[in-house]
Write a protein that binds this ligand. Structure first.
Ligand code: SF4
Ligand code: SF4
Length: 447
């Protein structure tokens, strides 16, 4: 029977890892559908510093202390409790039980007690998060893009974590009862700080019943974790993994709000601003398309951003356009980009790399109205805890909307014409800009 369980465990483990690797390959290929970006492999020391500060240290989260602390507990719990999973996996494969206990001796119950304290922290934090989302209804969790699956996803993951840590604590409590009864295979480990208080729940149970329950919880725990491993790749919780590369490849020391020029039109702009300027023959040829119409026109970093979005809505909460009732939500821009690249990726898998479903990010996912509403204030970029840049995507889409689709309101066209003709956004030549101040000195002297 033990061998059958070991084989079953190995099959389940291999199946889960195979599904996970398949999904990761799919996501990686989707991200690489994006265009090449400027080099992001320079200055690795600074980039690792960003990873330490923003991904490990969650620096931006600490702008709000309490949610940040709770989030940190869940995150630390997730990482550290998984060390215990290593033991579960080894036990499952080799048919052992708590294989690390004899190796670590007196330290073993100390480690497990530490994990249990974290597990209680995760349990409490998840309950508070559920309360904030569903009872106190923090506004940013209830915007229009959060209807349906995004809200369900956020709730499911919290419930899931509560079930997992609950199973872990009860499993440890049952283990201690079995140890006290001298059950075969249950090595003596010493007491665990939290779960020992649960042992009275199982008083009077026979050894066979205790073993059945302990093994059931053991399987629930590991199956839950393997399910979770695959589930996160379909969920906003993918940020648990992608926050690290996303922080590594984030812009370095770029002044806030810097917009990237379009080298392909710089020649024309230079000549427009100065008709006497010489034409640069080495300028890149005009591109097939200006800006971005679909996800494949965006850069791979934009698509990595989309997959890293936690849907926290901090960007939307500070967006002046959203706050004044406009359709634009930077969080929705990221969610739409991810949904679209998933759709396109699935289509390519089915129909080959030249697949074209006739859809695009602009129009089918993001409206012109949303794109027009952005003030380019950069607040969303500043606020994002995982260094995502929604503004970069908005600008690329808007450049396409204006330069290829000529979808700009009349007021903007007037301004574009003024820039072209007067080198100033208003209807007067730039040189006339300070005419109003010409007589100021005279007036002051006469006063
Ligand atoms: S840059 Fe645009 S999307 Fe971002 S906060 Fe400002 S107005 Fe909103
Ligand atoms: S872009 Fe950043 S701030 Fe906005 S929802 Fe995603 S993770 Fe949160």
């Amino acid at each position: 029977m033990q061998v059958v369980l070991q084989i079953l465990f190995a099959l389940v483990l291999l199946g889960a890892l195979w599904l996970f690797s398949k999904r990761i390959k799919f996501i990686r290929r989707n991200i690489l559908l994006g265009k090449d970006d400027k080099s992001r492999n320079d200055n690795s020391a600074k980039r690792w510093q960003q990873v330490a500060l923003f991904a490990f240290g969650q620096k931006k989260m600490f702008k709000r202390m309490w949610p940040a602390l709770l989030h940190f507990v869940v995150y630390a719990g997730f990482i550290l409790i998984n060390i215990e999973v290593l033991e579960i996996v080894i036990d499952g494969i080799f048919g052992t039980h708590r294989i690390f206990a004899p190796l670590l001796g007196a330290f073993y119950p100390v480690f497990i007690s530490f994990f249990e304290i974290l597990a209680v922290g995760v349990f409490i934090a998840c309950i508070i998060f559920l309360w904030r989302r569903n009872v106190t209804k923090v506004q940013r969790f209830h915007k229009r893009e959060m209807k349906g699956w995004p809200t369900l996803d956020a709730n499911l993951i919290l419930i899931f974590e509560i079930i997992l840590v609950g199973a872990l604590l009860k499993m440890n409590a049952l283990d201690q009862v079995l140890q006290a009864k001298g059950a075969e295979h249950y090595v003596q480990t010493g007491n665990f700080l939290v779960s020992q208080s649960l042992t009275p729940l199982f008083e009077g149970w026979s050894i066979s019943t205790l073993v059945v329950f302990e093994r059931t919880l053991w399987w629930i725990h590991i199956l839950g974790i393997l399910f979770f491993l695959n589930y996160v790749t379909y969920s906003k919780h993918l940020h648990i993994m992608l926050a690290f590369p996303n922080s590594y490849y984030a812009d370095l020391d770029t002044p806030k709000g810097t917009m990237q020029n379009m080298p392909e039109i710089q020649n024309e702009v230079a000549m427009m601003m100065n008709p006497d300027a010489a034409f640069d023959d080495n300028a890149p040829p005009p591109p097939e398309r200006f800006g971005a119409k679909d996800v494949s026109d965006l850069s791979w970093k934009n698509l990595l951003d989309a997959y890293s979005c936690t849907e926290c809505g901090r960007c939307t909460a500070v967006c002046p356009a959203n706050n004044t009732g406009k359709q634009l939500s930077p969080r929705k821009i990221m969610m739409d980009t991810r949904d679209r690249v998933e759709e396109l990726g699935a289509g390519i898998d089915k129909n080959g790399k030249d697949y074209n479903d006739g859809k695009s990010l602009i129009g089918d996912y993001i409206s012109h109205e949303e794109l027009r509403a952005c003030t380019t204030c950069n607040a969303c970029v500043e606020e994002c805890p995982v260094n995502i840049n929604p503004l970069d995507i908005i600008l690329k889409l808007r450049r396409h909307m204006i330069m290829d689709e000529a979808q700009s309101p009349n007021e903007w066209n007037v301004m574009f014409g003024n820039v072209e003709n007067n080198m100033a956004p208003w209807a007067f030549p730039a040189d006339d800009r300070f005419n109003w101040a010409n007589n100021l000195e005279t007036k002051k002297d006469n006063a």
